[in-house]
Design a protein around this ligand. Structure first.
Ligand SMILES: [Zn+2]
Length: 305
């Protein structure tokens, strides 16, 4: 993984999932997110050691395995004081909660559990809870913490030395196009977070997937348009052919994916898309456009206005 130095105090290891680093003081350094697995974390530790960078703290932005899967290894090698957002922290301590929620509470079969949705459990030393955004003190040096929900239930980002560690609050355009329907759990919060990012004052930002940019707000804007387009398509599918009945949630998932030429290849992947599409539907419910009803013992998304 390539080390990208941004300000001297802040940089990140560029990979399919970026890992941030903040040199808080000569003796204190914080790793932001931990990558997918031990292998990734080993490379990061090796490079930080060769840079002579202190490793004392860890901040996990949200409980997705590609962001915390390497944390158990880091905790084994270094006694890192670990922060995590409230709620996400429960999943970090009990990682089976992710496959459990994706499969609607059914105890997940072994073949549904893999390192992409379930990492090793970690210790959380301090649960961070925000009422409004707040400042965390490490060695009396302030670190701003931001609430960035939508992609996950309670994702947090940080700002240090003027740089926003944005995690998955926005994606690079390439990442959006790759996933085509990005994973979200709350359509309303996803868009509110993106609008919040547009108003943030900082010198630049790097996302969990993508590159550091000073002008990151143009990418945030592209994210907003991307989500709005998906919402429009989903609305058209539900309202299509003067279909007053609407359609089952499962056929909406099938049609929305087909519309974007997505071919779902595994049961786990289906559950991820189903969660994301249902999250867009909840936004339409809040707007009063559709409702979720039960008909013939099936879950229907029905048009309203
Ligand atoms: Zn994520």
């Amino acid at each position: 993984m390539e080390w990208i130095n941004v300000t001297g105090k802040v940089g990140y290891f560029k990979g399919s999932v970026n890992i941030g680093y903040a040199r808080i003081s000569d003796k204190t350094g914080l790793i932001f997110d931990a990558g997918l697995d031990d292998q990734t974390m080993k490379k990061v530790i090796k490079q930080l050691e060769s840079l002579g960078a202190p490793i004392t703290h860890l901040f996990i932005s949200h409980a997705h395995a590609d962001h915390y899967g390497g944390a158990a290894h880091l905790q084994k090698k270094y006694d890192v004081y670990t922060y995590a957002p409230v709620f996400e922290e429960a999943i970090l301590r009990n990682p089976m909660l992710e496959p459990l929620y994706l499969f609607h509470g059914t105890y997940p079969m072994n073949e549904w559990r893999n390192k992409f949705i379930e990492g090793k459990p970690i210790r959380v030393d301090e649960v961070v809870s925000l009422e409004g955004d707040r400042v965390l003190q490490i060695d009396e040096i302030p670190l701003q913490v931001l609430s960035l929900p939508g992609h996950s239930y309670n994702q947090y980002g940080i700002i240090f030395d003027g740089i926003l560690f944005a995690s998955d609050s926005y994606f690079s355009v390439e990442t959006l196009e790759k996933h085509n329907i990005p994973f979200i759990v709350n359509g309303e919060a996803t868009l509110a977070t993106l609008h919040k990012l547009l108003a943030i004052e900082c010198a630049g930002a790097f996302p969990g997937h993508g590159e550091y940019e000073e002008n990151f707000k143009k990418i945030v804007q592209a994210n907003i348009q991307f989500h709005e387009k998906i919402l429009e398509e989903i609305t058209d599918i539900i309202f299509g052919n003067n279909n007053k009945e609407g359609m089952t949630l499962d056929s909406l998932v099938g049609n929305a994916c087909k519309n974007r030429k997505i071919e779902i290849k595994s049961v786990t992947s289906f559950m991820l898309f189903r969660t994301a599409i249902t999250a867009y539907v909840t936004k339409l419910i809040l707007k009063g456009r559709v409702e979720l009803i039960v008909k013939d013992n099936q879950l229907f998304v029905s048009p309203l206005a």
